[in-house]
Design a protein around this ligand. Structure first.
Ligand SMILES: [Zn+2]
Length: 160
């Protein structure tokens, strides 16, 4: 009398799965796991993750020069911004507030002597990171269609 039941794959019948097959299976899984970091890295490379944006070098240089001249006024404005939000004097969170409204009129952004914007770099030209406004040879009136923005005052806190 022939057994007419359909053949059950060895892995599922609980009997035909040898120790050698099990060992091979574990080796296969180990090999796959060993590749996991590379696979994860390959996936992450396809995702636009930007943890820290670089600043435009000419903008940064202008800002450092401005702060060297008007550092006291900026410090006072940051303190005033903190006070306006009820923060105690010296509270580091004041550095995350916008000091611009608390600067003297002539030092506010947009004024000839005003606080220069810190703009994120959009590209590198000759080893220098630049924003869309500082790309050398950029046609004068042509605006590049790249979204950029002045950084929050919190970014300034790192400038010391
Ligand atoms: Zn710039």
């Amino acid at each position: 009398m022939a057994d007419s039941s359909p053949e059950i794959p060895a892995a599922f019948n609980g009997s035909g799965y040898t120790a050698k097959q099990a060992a091979q299976g574990i080796a296969d899984i180990s090999a796959a796991l060993a590749q996991f970091p590379q696979i994860l890295a390959a996936v992450l490379r396809q995702v636009q993750v930007q943890t820290r944006q670089h600043l435009c070098a000419p903008c940064l240089i202008a800002r450092i020069g401005w702060e060297a001249t008007y550092g006291q006024q900026l410090k006072a404005a940051i303190g005033a911004a903190g006070a306006a939000f009820g923060l105690a004097e010296g509270d580091p969170r004041a550095g995350q507030l916008d000091p611009a409204p608390h600067l003297p009129e002539n030092l506010r952004p947009g004024q000839p002597q005003g606080l220069p914007p810190l703009t994120a770099a959009v590209t590198t030209v000759g080893g220098t990171e630049v924003c869309s406004e500082h790309i050398p040879g950029r046609p004068g009136s042509q605006k590049l269609l790249i979204a950029t923005g002045a950084l929050s005052p919190s970014a300034l806190a790192g400038l010391g």
